[in-house]
Design a protein around this ligand. Sequence first.
Ligand SMILES: [Zn+2]
Length: 322
Amino acid sequence: MRIEKLIIPTPFPVGPINIYLILEDPLTLVDTGPKTEEALSALRLQLRDLGIIASDLKRIILTHTHEDHCGLAGTLQRESGARVYVHEWEYRNISMHRETRVNRDLMVRAGVPPEQLEEMAGRYELIHRFADAVEDVEAYRDEAEFVFESGALRAVHTPGHTPGSCCLLRESNRLMLTGDTILKSITPNPILNPDPLDPRRRFPSLGEYLVSLARIRDLHPTILKTAHGNDVTDYEEHFHRLVKHIDDRLTRVIRMVPPEGATGWEISMQLFPNVRSINRFLAVSESIANLDLAVAEGKLYLESNGRDVYRPRHGVLHSFSR
Ligand SMILES: [Zn+2]
């Protein structure tokens, strides 16, 4: 199976994105790049070098629905008639009925002040312009097989970065295309999202991410082709580094929580004091993901009363003993 890496520019701080072309029947693109003129012409140029034009595409598989990954799916589908596939938990992010707003309920519960919420929501709307809704989308599930002439890619649902994030595994040589789930030199942000199974709740993104990392480890991948930066070829080591990094951050977050308690917003201001707008949204996401994991592990205590306030566990025990 011939897999070609295409490097597409994005307007986002993360830099260019790697998307992958499976040069086999049916001709398939894994992720697309954002909806910008620069991205589309970079894509056309690199396809041309491989003897392909965009209208030859038959299939587009999305690893998740962030704009740098899915932005051109609508454009390419209109041009080629390619079928577009996305994990069922992100179907509505990209279908014609997509929600393009920041989840205000979750932000209010996190203690985000109203003016900050407006700024984040405004930035979010701008980012959504880098992707179109896609007219004809098919949802796939964990273990879905995408069959090619000489083999198949299997979907491995690896929630965490987003609820519907997936990797694609080629069983014969245990090569994986990882989207943003595994990146060579950055830890993907566990983005704040509603739980697809119960939208009133937050998705437990960091806890799910740890499970996904372990699941990938069980598959013994040989080479992981990432969406940003280089391949990962030493997953066992990479796994341990990531888990240690996550554990250190979790310990730091738990220590920041004062006896009287703090909201996700307050912890984000301590953890990342100098960031604004969309980066502030990522900071809030990171903070809440850690706080929720600490609660799940019994290290913090959560009180919900319109706003979610996290308290140290010993504080709770202390008040019981009084
Ligand atoms: Zn992403």
